[in-house]
Design a protein around this ligand. Structure first.
Ligand SMILES: NC(=O)c1ccc[n+]([C@@H]2O[C@H](COP(=O)([O-])OP(=O)(O)OC[C@H]3O[C@@H](n4cnc5c(N)ncnc54)[C@H](O)[C@@H]3O)[C@@H](O)[C@H]2O)c1
Length: 320
């Protein structure tokens, strides 16, 4: 069977896990190289993957690969993805696709010129809970309110970008993926606490049909919370993405007499699933499970949120 010849670009916190998932797909992926710019990462890569070539730039192996996983800091995604598109490679790019709207526009045009396959790493879409709830959310009668929290104590990671690019990107993508009602306007309020970038931000988002969403993301909070809550006249449903639980309060009592129903859902290896879909799509010529259009739309919402933070006023959204 034909295998996809791959390189992982960036051997940092997440790159290490991507390498592990490439090795877990030996039947469909041939691990050609790890590309890491800095010596410390190169040494770690050589120690952990003695049979894989370790190089310092993607140019060195570009003619030997079919596909690359871009797992470098966000500020480097644009140049790397552009180079990979120009060389007609299949691309997996970690979220966010790139840093802003103008970069996204260029990548979009280039990718359609070169007819390139791009999958974007919006890994939060792989929670098992959405397999059932997405249909329910798509059919939810407006108006409704969505609240999403993604906050944690300071871990010192991804401080080169603000929390909107690093964390809200997940939730903005979920908002687009789970609900029919599209964002119309974003108003953001933020705080720079530990870094030069936004460390804690609240986004108020107006959606179609009088629906609304609030997304709170923070990296200097007193505790870790990752949840999504939807309220409408049918009741409330809350998904605890950290504890993998679904809590529901409907408009009437449940059969056992309780007012709140609680259920667990199994935790899945999101990265493993992303790799599975990537090789499957590339080998079978299928469209990506999460494609360039999704990446571009999420980046647009991030850009509008950052514009609102900069201007301290609501900003209109144009998803085209
Ligand atoms: N999907 C998720 O849930 C999730 C989680 C964490 C990180 N991420 C994303 O993954 C990306 C990487 O994050 P991280 O936490 O691993 O960062 P990191 O800083 O730990 O690792 C990045 C690595 O890339 C290397 N690098 C930088 N420029 C390079 C280049 N041009 N060529 C080769 N190597 C280069 C760095 O030396 C470093 O080792 C970011 O875009 C981040 O947003 C996604």
């Amino acid at each position: 069977m034909k295998k996809v010849k791959v390189a992982v670009v960036g051997y940092g916190h997440l790159g290490k896990w991507h390498c592990q998932k490439v090795e877990a797909h030996k039947d469909v992926a041939e691990f050609v190289a790890i590309v890491e710019k800095f010596p410390a990462g190169q040494e770690a890569a050589k120690t952990n993957h003695p049979n894989v070539r370790v190089v310092s730039s993607v140019e060195e192996i570009i003619h030997e690969i079919d596909a690359a996983f871009v797992v470098t800091p966000t500020s480097t995604h644009f140049e790397l993805v552009k180079y990979l598109i120009e060389n007609k490679k299949n691309i997996f790019c970690e979220k966010p696709l790139c840093s802003n709207d103008s970069e996204a526009k260029i990548l979009n045009e280039l990718a359609s010129q070169h007819n390139c396959f791009i999958q974007v790493g919006h890994s939060e879409r792989f929670h098992q809970a959405w397999d059932v709830l997405r249909d329910q959310f798509q059919n939810l009668k407006p108006p409704f309110s969505v609240r999403i929290n993604r906050v944690a104590p300071f871990k010192g990671r991804a401080t080169d970008v603000d929390v909107v690019q690093d964390l809200a990107i997940h939730d903005l993508d979920l908002l687009l993926h789970l609900f029919k009602q599209k964002p119309l306007e974003i108003k953001a309020q933020g705080y720079k606490i530990r870094t030069r970038n936004w460390d804690h931000v609240a986004l108020d988002i107006k959606l179609d049909n009088n629906c609304e969403a609030q997304i709170v993301i923070g990296r200097n909070s007193v505790k870790e919370i990752r949840d999504l809550e939807v309220t409408s006249s049918d009741g409330q449903i809350m998904i605890d993405l950290f504890a993998n639980k679904i809590l529901e309060a409907s408009s009437s009592q449940f059969e056992d007499g309780s007012f709140v129903k609680e259920a667990s859902y199994p935790k899945r290896d999101h990265l493993l699933l992303e790799h599975f879909h990537f090789y499957d799509s590339v080998l079978k010529g299928k469209p990506p499970v999460i494609g360039l259009k999704d990446g571009v739309r999420a980046v647009h919402l991030v850009d509008m949120a950052l514009r609102s933070l900069a201007t301290q006023s609501p900003v209109k959204v144009d998803l085209g």
